[in-house]
Design a protein around this ligand. Structure first.
Ligand code: ZN
Length: 381
């Protein structure tokens, strides 16, 4: 198929180009003799990528213990529904950072086979956590380095795509403190070493500064949240030395800023948190777009609405935030050779808008067509 007369941004360059987008067998190609479709006046960008979601979580359910009540089959149906809303919002890839029952792996495979409409998923399965630690209810508890490695092996046997470790406590788990590390330095290093040896990236959940230090030193692939929490409170223990380690080890940071952060706009503490991301960026740490979709009130199709909020909090230009959700995000999560840019050879994943998202990010809220692996879905409202 030849999509004609568009203006498109390839996900890498600095400006729009005029021309046609050619697709054959689900990939972008230089030229095609196939049928064409005129899209004069429209704009296209690569499909959006969310680096942190939980397909198994219902954002309308507050208590994590209530999440599994509907039972396996209904949960699977709900997850398929969420995947479809993501695709229709222009999200063509996402990284699932944890669940308890491996249902997201099943949905991942259904999407890959073309049985279900949804974004390309890469999944972490059960995150490694401490006994009673953050998200222990997902089943990845470990008391020692040996047990942490056993949890890792179990994920490997289930066919995950990467390993997630809860380096610090978190908010949604009662009795877990976001500022505290859940493991000693050696355990974090051993998990990263064992994961890398098996070809896996590691995503590290870190709110507290001590955990960010452990993750940076261990050389994880991405730090999730990166909230700089310490004794004095949320965001207040920013550490230049640790930031330097993140930059040196080329660790990506995934701040999980969702559209709900709009409500904090005037609050001094969130301005400070946003300032931390700006300082990280200035120090050479690369940021990627993520929402933590599935947590209370964060819906799975949130990313297009979240991106302007992320841009304003982290001081990113429109182009920078779009890269953080396309080519940069793909590189960070190991899909750089697969998707994230409109380039010959990559999967034909792109979104068409009537307005130019490079000029106004609000355009992202209204896609008119989403193409995923070369298959076009018209979005009518
Ligand atoms: Zn999460």
């Amino acid at each position: 198929m030849r999509y004609k007369n568009l203006q498109y941004w390839d996900g890498i360059g600095d400006s729009l180009q005029d021309g046609d987008i050619c697709v054959e067998d689900g990939r972008f190609v230089d030229e095609t003799r196939a049928e064409s479709r005129d899209l004069s006046g429209c704009f296209a960008i690569p499909g959006l990528i969310d680096a942190h979601i939980h397909l198994c979580l219902n954002p309308e359910v507050r208590d994590p213990d209530d999440q599994t009540l509907p039972g396996r089959e209904q949960l699977l149906d709900e997850m398929r529904g969420r995947a479809e809303t993501m695709l229709r919002a222009g999200i063509t890839a996402a990284r699932d950072l944890g669940g308890g029952q491996y249902l997201e792996l099943q949905v991942r495979d259904e999407i890959a086979r073309g049985d279900v409409a949804g974004p390309r998923l890469i999944c972490a399965g059960q995150p490694i956590t401490s006994r009673g630690g953050h998200c222990h209810f997902w089943g990845g508890e470990a008391d020692s380095t040996g047990q942490a490695l056993e949890v890792l092996q179990r994920q490997d046997a289930r066919g995950v795509d990467l390993i997630k470790i809860m380096v610090t406590g978190g908010n949604i788990t009662p009795g877990s403190a976001p500022k505290d590390s859940q493991f000693d330095d050696d355990t974090v290093c051993e998990v990263v070493r064992a994961a890398n040896a098996r070809g896996y990236h590691v995503a590290a959940h870190c709110h507290g500064t001590d955990g960010i230090r452990q993750a940076a030193d261990a050389g994880v692939t991405t730090v999730e949240h990166c909230s700089w929490v310490g004794e004095s409170g949320w965001g207040k223990q920013f550490d230049e030395g640790v930031v330097a380690r993140l930059a040196e080890n080329q660790v990506w940071v995934s701040p999980t800023i969702n559209s709900g952060w709009k409500r904090f706009k005037q609050e001094a503490f969130v301005q400070m948190v946003g300032g931390n991301y700006e300082r990280m960026k200035a120090a050479g740490v690369r940021l990627i777009a993520s929402t933590d979709a599935g947590i209370p009130n964060v819906f799975h199709h949130d990313l297009p609405v979240a991106l302007p909020v992320f841009a304003s909090f982290a001081g990113l230009s429109q182009l920078e935030v779009l890269k953080s959700a396309t080519s940069d995000c793909a590189s960070a999560i190991g899909l750089g050779e697969v998707t994230g840019a409109i380039r010959p050879g990559l999967s034909a994943d792109f979104v068409v808008y009537e307005k130019n998202p490079l000029e106004d990010l609000a355009a992202l809220e209204n896609p008119i067509m989403v193409v995923s692996r070369g298959i076009a879905t018209e979005i009518t409202r």
